[in-house]
Design a protein around this ligand. Structure first.
Ligand SMILES: [Zn+2]
Length: 213
């Protein structure tokens, strides 16, 4: 995809995230891998008011080479791209229901949500939970790097999810599926809900494997 098309795709994605209630205020950030490095949303930007010409440009080594200063969470994005060479886009939000699930006392840090629907298994598969760190901290990026070769969806505890995808559309769809499943889980939790049985989950995982790292 050309540079101009990637820039417009990021701006469209930002509007979609806001319209669907997946981000609020100036939270959330988006990046794509380009032929020359990375395009990212600038620090402090509201995602529905992005200027395609002001997106931050980073070199493959992470130096700021053009546009506005990048999101403070750029380390997180780079850490994930480094261990997932097939990833071309990353979306990070503070989506309400996903954050709420990560705060529950009995959350499984290797598989945050139970297998409630087939689309969750097909799009998300498993979501790992990474321990709380100060946003933008290098340690947070290290934590993500440790998990990102296995997981394309990682929840930063008390903070928000990070999703890597082979394309921006793919990463967005996965993030939406995660948030909606978290919402369903909060609706049924404590009410004796049913999960998909283990053999159904196994069949879905075999037929719809997670994207290659
Ligand atoms: Zn964040």
């Amino acid at each position: 995809m050309s540079d101009g098309r990637l820039r417009r795709a990021i701006c469209r994605a930002g509007k979609l995230l806001v319209r669907r209630g997946l981000v609020h205020g100036t939270t959330g950030n988006i990046s794509v891998r380009t032929a020359w490095g990375y395009l990212l949303t600038p620090t402090g930007s509201a995602l529905d008011r992005l200027d395609p010409h002001e997106l931050s440009e980073l070199s493959p080594g992470g130096e700021h080479i053009g546009g506005a200063p990048p999101t403070k969470e750029f380390r997180l994005h780079r850490a994930m791209y480094e261990v997932r060479p097939a990833a071309n886009a990353i979306v990070h939000t503070h989506s309400t229901h996903t954050v709420a699930v990560s705060l529950l006392g009995d959350v499984d840090v290797n598989d945050m949500l139970p297998p409630l629907t087939p689309y969750y298994i097909m799009r998300v598969g498993r979501c790992a939970v990474s321990p709380y760190r100060i946003p933008g901290d290098a340690v947070l990026a290290d934590d993500v790097a440790q998990r990102a070769s296995t997981y394309h969806v990682i929840m930063l505890a008390h903070h928000g999810p990070v999703v890597a995808g082979p394309s921006l559309d793919d990463a967005l769809t996965t993030l939406e599926e995660l948030e909606e499943t978290a919402r369903v889980y909060l609706l049924v939790r404590g009410k004796g809900y049913a999960t998909l049985d283990a053999s159904a989950v196994e069949t879905l995982r075999a037929r719809f494997p997670a994207p290659a790292p």
